[in-house]
Design a binder for this molecule. Sequence first.
Ligand code: R2B
Ligand code: URA
Length: 305
Amino acid sequence: MNCYHTVLKSTSNCKRMATIPNQRIKQMKDDHLFHIGINVPKDDVSKLFGDVKFVCMGGSAKRMAAYARLMEERLTAEGQEPYNYAQSTDRYVLYKVGQVLFVNHGIGIPSLSTVLQEIGKLLFHAGCSDVTFFRLGTSGGIGLDPGTVIISEKVVNWELQQQWNLPVLGKMVHNPAVPNKEIYSKLKAIADSLSLPNCLGTTMCCDDFYEGQGRLDGPFSSFSDEDRDAYLQHLQDKGVTNMEMESVGFVALCNKMNIPCAVICVTVVDRLKGDQITADHDHILQWEKRPIQIFFEYMKKHHLK
Ligand code: R2B
Ligand code: URA
C-alpha cells in the first residue's frame, strides 16, 4: 500500500504522512505560509519542525503561550520562554516545545481553517509523520456544571449533521467530520483516571456566539426567552452536550488531510442556567488547564515526555 494514503494507523514500516491532495504544493519552488510568517524553503522547516508529533490548537494566543510554558516546564527545569515562530505576523502564534506545536486559531471556522491549512502544509513540507491534532478549547455546556470537560465523540453543525459545509466555486461541498474513536476513548479513560468531571459528548459548532448559540444577551433578540429555552432543551434531548465555534471545521479538515484528531473542551457556563459567562477569571484559568492536563497524560502514554 502507498504510505502516503494510509488511513489513520501507521505500522512500524509505514509512516502516516499528512495527505495534501493538491499536487501543485509538491511542485512549488517557494511556498509562503502567509498567516504564520514562514517561507519554504527560506526557512529550513525540516530542521525546525520535522520531528513534530502533536499539534495543539485553541482559540486564544495567550492560552496557547501558557500551554507552551507548561510544556516547557515539563521538559526543562529552567522552563525557558517558548519562541513564537509566527512573530512576524500578529494573526496567530506558533510555539514548538519538544515535539509539540501550540497554535492559536482565533474565533470561528474561517479563522481556524486558514491557519490549520497552513499548519498542514508546514508539516507536509517538513516531512512530518504520525502527527495527531488536538483542539483544546472552551465551550458552553448544556445541563453540565461549568468546569466539566467534554471529549467530543461527535461534532455537529447547526443542522446536527456531522459535516462541515463549505461553498466552493458557488456550490456547497459537504465535508464529513468524524473524530477518531480510538483517541477519544483513550482521552475519556485518562480524564476518569485524573478524576476530572468529564463526559463523552456531542459538540455543536455554531457560526455565532450570540443569537447563533441561542443567546439573548447580545445586541439582537429575534426570539423570546421561551423560544431560547425550548431550543436549548431540544438540543439537550438530541444529545448535544456543548456549543462552541470551530469543532466541525477542525475535525473535517483533519479528516481531509488524513490526520487523526480529537476535540477536548471545558465548559465555562451552563446554558440551561444563563447566557452570560459570569465565572471569575481564576476559575476560568483553572478550568482551562483541564484539557491540557489530559493531553499531557496522553503524551506520556505515547512515550513522549
Ligand atoms: C469557544 O470560545 C470562543 C468564543 O468565546 C470560541 O472560539 C469557541 O469555540
Ligand atoms: N464558547 C462558546 O462558543 N460558547 C460558550 O457559551 C462559551 C464559550
